[in-house]
Design a protein around this ligand. Structure first.
Ligand code: FMN
Length: 200
């Protein structure tokens, strides 16, 4: 039985293209694994806080020394990480916002990038601790970044891949609905991206 973690990040709900693409990816995975269990982490329903000094102090100090407030912060962060650890398959909706990821995703990474949990350092340098997982990125954007002159402005897909790669998740497929603001492309981009989803 597969555990799927679906990470949702668009503040838009009804009209969100990334939610539609991400949901379609999850649906395809369920078609392949009918008994899969889906856990949703909607980052817009329960906002991960913007990183403050109290969070950093918590993450970089031993649990035995934590104050009650720090214990609560630590528990929350470890709760998010547990969902990643338990997942066999991770689907992340990653819409392009100002050439990068929505703030919801950055905050999520700030709370899940923890030495000893998602990565560790050994004699060879950093080593990811989330192994044997598959990641699907559901990327949507107004412009086109997979080719052409705007490629260098993409701080979304390479960033998401880098963070998950750092966590040890290196088996990645990216589904793209691009050009959602370009007449002539926008009308069919999402539909085509959904049609082209393949689950390996
Ligand atoms: C606040 C905001 C910022 C955006 N920034 C960009 C951008 O930098 N480049 C781009 O190609 N599209 C940009 N877009 C368009 C979105 O990437 C596109 O609408 C995408 O579908 C958004 O995903 P969503 O519909 O799931 O929210 C932006 C849209 C919004 C609302």
């Amino acid at each position: 039985m597969k555990n799927i973690l679906h990470i949702i990040s668009s503040p838009r709900v009804e009209i969100s293209a990334s939610r539609k693409l991400g949901n379609a990816v999850v649906k395809r995975i369920q078609e392949k694994y009918p008994d899969a269990v889906v856990k949703e982490r909607d980052l817009t329903k329960h906002l991960v806080p913007v990183l403050e000094e109290k969070h950093i102090n918590t993450f970089f100090s031993p649990a035995e020394s934590h104050s009650p407030e720090q214990a609560e912060i630590n528990e929350y962060s470890i709760g998010l990480i547990s969902e990643l650890q338990e997942a066999d398959i991770i689907v992340i909706d990653s819409p392009m916002y100002n050439f990068s990821v929505p703030t919801t995703i950055k905050a999520y990474f700030d709370f899940t990038s923890r030495a000893g949990y998602t990565f560790k350092y050994d004699e060879n340098g950093p080593k990811g601790l989330l192994n044997d997982k598959k990641l699907y990125i559901a990327f949507t954007s107004g412009n086109i970044y997979s080719e052409g002159p705007s490629q260098i402005y993409d701080s979304n897909v390479p960033y998401v891949k880098n963070i998950f790669g750092f966590y040890g998740v290196t088996d990645v497929s990216v589904f793209r609905a691009e050009g959602l603001a370009i007449p002539g492309i926008m009308e069919t981009s999402l539909e085509k991206a959904i049609d082209n989803i393949t689950i390996d």
